[in-house]
Design a protein. Sequence first.
Length: 276
Amino acid sequence: MHEGHRNRMRDKLLSGGIENFEEHEIIEVLLYYCIPRQNTNEIAHALLEQFGSLRGVLDANADELQKVPGIGPNAAVFLTMLPQVLRRYELERFEKRPLLGDSTSSSLFVYELLKGLPEERCVSLYLDTRSRLIHYEILGSGIANQVGIQSRKVLEGAMRHRAVSVIIAHNHPGGSRTPSSGDLAVTYDVMNTLSAGGVRLLDHLIVTNEGVTSLENLGLLKEKDPQKTKEIAEVYEILNKTAFDGGKGKDDKEVAKLRDLLQDKQRILRKMNGEE
């Protein structure tokens, strides 16, 4: 009975493609290749009930997946491997050594590298004199907001690969595209460390599921004045706290206080820039 159903599902896939499948049917067919001789339809529904969507299932880790009845170690490894394979496939669609000298090309590259990851991951891209990619490496991964970029490690990688310039990037899983004060502090630390070693930091990119923010495009890699850097960082920290969305979770007085503080910081920056 199961075999006949499986054959019909395979015929449906071959004749119409995956676009004609419901989410539970996609998961059901995927499970054919790691769970023999069982009704994977029921397991697929259980996975969707637990994780909410196909994406939620594929983003889950192996331990979480194995809590669902019917999912053993083999199936858990298979499902967690799929997003990694797809990410590798997308990256290999680029040239082996793509040119990443502008924010558009570098943003596309790191978006494919970091999109959809459930945990925060930091990477560095090492470039040659033509801004062609020499090598990229993962600097760390883990729980969001707990993974840092060590400037010394970035410089060591640049020296090892004889890079002329570097791009650093990290993702904000489910978070804001606005850089935090911590992001800015890391940026300036890496920029100064690389500069001391004769290497240029081209950009710091922040990846979310909605897109990529380039700190270079925001003009934040041009600043050298430590006091101005501090004021800029505090402006972005306030922006993150308010998000100008009505201050969810905050009372009106707190929102008003944050916005007054933001205006003060912006006024300080205008004076520093000679605009007042």
